[in-house]
Design a protein around this ligand. Structure first.
Ligand code: BG6
Length: 463
């Protein structure tokens, strides 16, 4: 069946860097046959200009595919808050569909403050309709993270959008949930007897979730300054990773079941400690307030209050303009009760490292004997490298995200329970009114974070 994809915020950074390149790849794969794409925003631009911006982000360029993309993309100017603009948009869509029955995906790549208005006007203009999934065609709406800016706003947005659409039509998207390695976490845990029985506080000392970025905020100053590191990546990507690591086995690895397990974890998370920072020079960035106290760095110590995890801290650390880009989960196992003479006992324990960036790998760090006559112990790594085994064919997260929405797979969408629970955690951190520590661009973050976490919690983030 034909599908019409309507992207609100089509002139923004996300659309040009991620959404349109992902749609290009789907077209290349032959998965967009019969689809049309309508970009929508308030800027007076043309489809050609928007696609020109996108070109630099498209890998494996093929002129034929590009021409086909050009032939299915159009652009329509809409002031998000001007109701009558939606009537014209509806006419534009009808003219393109020419009376053929089509699925419709409305993708809101806009600031969350527009979610309610856009949803309401789309519903009133008939751009998307409340239709049950039993119907032959579907109408779905995807909302980019962050969904709101705190618990109250998330609740308000949800109240508004569920007034117009059924929960089954709503996708609160988080592209981390469609990363290939992330998808693998649950499988790795529940299908390996060498891991599953150890996956608890008895054997795990701590879990570190690290999302370090080398880049700053680029052209996204005004967006970033409203949200900061806690709302931009911690409330969503990092807490979803925590939920996947800590959840109980779902009855099925899909939709409703997996969402329920993730929510159960997030509802039991308590904040133990937090340090925030801002890189030197942030206030001079375009779009940032000159007296901004927005955090560009956050380090948290969290506790999951349940039988499995009591006593095992979860450490989260993220920041912009740090020394290097690196995204990983490091699971530190407890030290063994060593039965050998002291001199042969390892000084360090085992680790499982799940790396999302720069490489997609799972590494198990074990202790082994160094070559030679003495019994000196050294850490050695057993590694599963995704591209070495499966080639470089790992799909991009946004490509998978579109595919999952087309299939109607809800596991990649975050449920309201998860959204509310994660905002509750972030609101609790923000209510502490923390001092914002300065840090040098290109460093490891504020020295205060290193001090607090190593002194109080014994974590140096890199061991
Ligand atoms: C986005 C954030 O959701 O995730 C960005 O808005 C961040 O600030 C990005 O850079 C990180 O995603 P990835 O896939 O590059 O790790």
């Amino acid at each position: 069946m034909n599908t019409t994809i309507i992207i609100f915020g089509a002139t923004g950074d996300l659309a040009s860097r991620k959404l349109l390149p992902a749609l290009y790849r789907l077209l290349q794969k032959g998965d967009l046959d019969g689809c049309t794409i309508i970009g929508v925003a308030h800027d007076h631009l043309t489809a050609e200009q928007i696609l020109k911006n996108t070109k630099q982000y498209v890998k494996n360029w093929d002129d034929r595919i590009w021409k086909r993309l050009e032939s299915i993309v159009s652009y329509h100017v809409v002031e998000f808050e001007a109701k009558h603009d939606y009537t014209k948009l509806a006419e534009h869509i009808d003219a393109i569909e020419q009376g053929k029955k089509s699925n419709r995906l409305v993708y809101l790549a806009t600031a969350a403050r527009y979610f309610c208005t856009i949803t309401r006007y789309c519903a009133e203009a008939g751009i998307a309709k409340r239709i049950s999934e039993q119907d032959r065609s579907w109408n779905r709406l995807a909302y980019e993270k962050p969904f709101g800016h705190d618990l109250v706003s998330a609740h308000e947005i949800n109240r508004c959008i569920t007034h117009y659409f059924d929960e089954s039509q709503i996708y609160r998207v988080d592209h981390y949930l469609t990363k290939e390695v992330v998808d693998n976490i649950a499988l790795l845990r529940f299908t390996n007897v060498v891991l599953e029985p150890l996956w608890r506080n008895t054997y795990i000392q701590n879990v570190q979730i690290i999302l370090n970025e080398e880049l700053g905020i680029k052209s996204r100053g005004s967006y970033y300054d409203t949200y900061g590191a806690l709302s931009d990546v911690t409330q969503n990507h990092m807490l979803e990773l925590l939920a996947l690591i800590a959840m109980e086995a779902p009855e099925k690895l899909s939709g409703h079941y997996i969402r329920q397990q993730r929510a159960d974890v997030l509802e039991n998370v308590k904040v133990v400690d937090a340090v925030v920072g801002q890189y030197e020079g942030y206030r001079q960035e375009k779009g940032v307030r000159p007296d901004s106290t927005t955090e560009t760095f956050a380090a948290l110590c969290l506790q999951v209050k349940n039988e499995r995890w009591n006593g095992t801290p979860f450490f989260l650390k993220t920041g912009k303009k740090l020394e290097k880009k690196e995204t990983l989960i490091r699971i530190k196992f407890k030290n063994i009760d060593c039965l050998l003479e002291q001199e042969y006992c390892p000084s360090d324990s085992n680790y499982l490292i799940i790396s999302l960036y720069p490489d997609a790998t799972f590494s198990l760090v074990l202790n082994a004997k160094k070559p030679g006559k003495s019994f000196e112990v050294a850490p050695v790594t057993m590694e599963f490298c995704h591209s070495c085994v499966f080639g470089d064919s790992v799909p991009d997260a946004y490509q998978t995200l579109f595919e999952e929405i087309f299939k109607g797979e809800l596991a990649t969408s975050v449920s309201l329970r998860e959204i509310e629970a994660s905002w509750r955690i972030i609101d609790a951190v923000k209510s502490k009114e923390l001092v914002v520590h300065k840090y040098e661009a290109g460093s490891r973050g504020p020295s205060e974070a290193m001090r607090v976490f190593s002194k109080k919690h014994g974590v140096g983030w890199s061991e």
